[in-house]
Write a protein that binds this ligand. Structure first.
Ligand SMILES: Nc1nc2c(ncn2[C@@H]2O[C@H](COP(=O)(O)OP(=O)(O)OP(=O)(O)O)[C@@H](O)[C@H]2O)c(=O)[nH]1
Ligand SMILES: [Mg+2]
Length: 485
């Protein structure tokens, strides 16, 4: 900026003032929603997003960075005082110094990243030194599961919960809760202890569904898995009831009590979250960890598809939706990203992308994001592996090399968290549909282990290089690139 003459400086200030954009007082802001079920990679994505911009990471596909137009990017005070700040520095310290991943997010937090850039056009370069503020919210992924509840009454919620729990992939896990429910008469007098034991038993079943072996996703209500500050409160002491009679519940009955609490949960927990954080978004990236579900098999894939479809329907800003009144803005771009692509050799990235496209296709169509641009991408916000090849007999196998987390297993081997290992991850099905068909996908066993975050390379001058990634730059270009033209 030093090269600007005083004349153009004055002209710029005059122009800024005219258009109400006095530098420093106001800069356009963009609310980017990072959506994803628990463990999808939201916190890691946000940390990598900020780190790469603040430290000028290698982002060849992010045009503003590539052409050297970014003057600086820095964290600023966030707009909402009542929301805790995203602990960016702690997350980066953990990732870079200790090489451990951030813990599961337990509460909501927010951050504002401001980018100062020069406009790409000659005209704009003279007159406007651009500033863009990007606001991002991080929250526990489980809470997303609650959004579809806004469109369901208690009877529907109960019916669906029992329906799902009878699926083969869930039946053994729901046994205890079922037998307890069978002893309950919904029309009997309300009893706090009965309500509590039902809620606990139901929550235990949901938690079991979420464990790695089943890796199921459709598990509302989300606060039963991640209560935040509501642990033990009456709003969480409810459960679905079996065989509900048609019509209104008798006053004073267990049915009436459960119904009231379910509605209170929606009003006091789900709606505020939706209104304050979801309905105000301009852009959205939907992170999907297909790897874990692929590993667990087709039933987990079907369940992931169900969850994503129901959740994306809640982002539909169009007319007629039950949430329409809440939206204050319209989402104009949605990026669906298959995360953790670094678990696969790049030869498989297109297949991963195709599987996630197949998984979200119906959801995106049904949600009818008219006017919104939708793209699909396989990426890794932080690349924990590098690629290589290993000769096995006459064959050369493409492998990935990284440090598996302590305790991870492949076959009979358990890793110690220190040793670098080459792993042949296996092939994803060539046809995306096969990942959803029972019996087919299991033939192609994947070998998926979790890796530690990468060790950052240091240059000869002692400068630590930025966090490596796969196509994070493409995601940035799609999400904010056009605002920095
Ligand atoms: N290899 C690799 N692993 C990743 C990446 N992103 C996330 N992970 C793994 O996925 C786990 C979950 O990532 P988070 O960012 O904490 O997920 P989240 O969506 O914030 O999850 P919740 O806070 O539970 O909702 C991490 O602990 C890592 O093990 C990535 O880009 N590469
Ligand atoms: Mg998180």
């Amino acid at each position: 900026m030093a090269s600007l003459t005083s004349l153009t400086d004055e002209a710029r200030i005059a122009l800024d003032t005219l258009s109400g954009r006095a530098t420093g007082l106001f800069s356009p802001s963009l609310r980017v929603g990072v959506t994803g079920l628990s463990r999808a990679g939201k916190t890691v994505f946000i940390a990598a997003f900020v780190h790469n911009l603040v430290h000028g990471g290698r982002l060849p596909l992010f045009e503003a960075q590539k052409s050297g137009r970014i003057a600086r990017a820095f964290l600023e005070e966030q707009p909402d005082d009542a929301v805790p700040r995203f602990q960016y520095e702690d997350h980066i310290d953990a990732l870079v110094k200790a090489r451990v991943w951030p813990e599961s997010t337990r509460a909501i937090s927010e951050l504002r990243l401001t980018i100062e850039y020069r406009s790409a056009s000659g005209w704009g370069r003279l007159f406007s030194r651009g500033r863009l503020s990007v606001d991002i919210v991080d929250y526990p992924g489980e809470w997303l599961l609650d959004l579809p509840l806004l469109g369901k009454n208690y009877a529907e919620f109960s019916r669906e919960a029992f329906g799902l729990s009878e699926l083969p992939v869930r039946a053994d896990l729901s046994e205890d809760w079922h037998s307890l429910s069978a002893t309950i008469d919904p029309a009997a007098d309300a009893d706090e202890m009965v309500a509590r034991s039902l809620a606990e038993s139901f929550a235990a079943y949901l938690k079991a569904c979420k464990l790695d072996e089943r890796a199921l996703s459709t598990l509302p209500p989300g606060r039963f898995l991640m209560p935040g500050d509501l642990d033990g409160s009456p709003a969480l002491t409810f459960a679905p009831l079996p065989g509900l009679a048609e019509g209104r519940a008798r006053g004073g009955s267990l049915h009436a009590m459960m119904e009231r609490r379910y509605e209170a949960y929606k009003t006091h927990v789900v709606k505020p979250f939706f209104r304050e954080h979801i309905a105000r978004l301009d852009r959205q990236i939907v992170l999907i960890d297909a790897m874990q579900a692929l590993n667990a098999g087709p039933a987990a894939m079907a369940d992931l598809e169900r969850a994503v479809t129901e959740i994306l329907a809640c982002f539909r800003p169009g007319r007629g939706g039950f949430l329409t009144d809440f939206f204050s803005r319209r989402i104009d771009r949605i990026l669906v990203a298959a995360t953790k692509a670094d678990h696969l050799h790049h030869e498989s990235h297109d297949r991963l992308q195709a599987i996630v496209r197949r998984l979200t296709d119906r959801a995106v169509k049904r949600a009818n994001f008219s006017g919104a641009k939708v793209d699909v991408l396989a990426m890794a916000a932080i690349r924990a592996t590098r690629e290589g090849s290993v000769k096995q007999g006459r064959e050369t196998l493409p492998v990935i090399i990284g440090t598996p987390l302590a305790g991870e297993k492949i076959g009979g081997e358990t890793f110690d968290g220190k040793t670098e290992t080459a792993i042949f991850p296996g092939d994803l099905p060539a046809k995306a549909d096969m990942a959803f068909e029972p019996g087919k996908a299991q033939d192609e066993m994947l070998r998926i282990v979790r890796f530690r975050p990468p060790k950052l390379e240091t240059t000869a001058e002692g400068v630590t290089l930025s966090l490596p990634h796969i196509r994070l730059d493409r995601a940035l270009q799609f999400l904010i690139g056009d605002h920095m033209a």
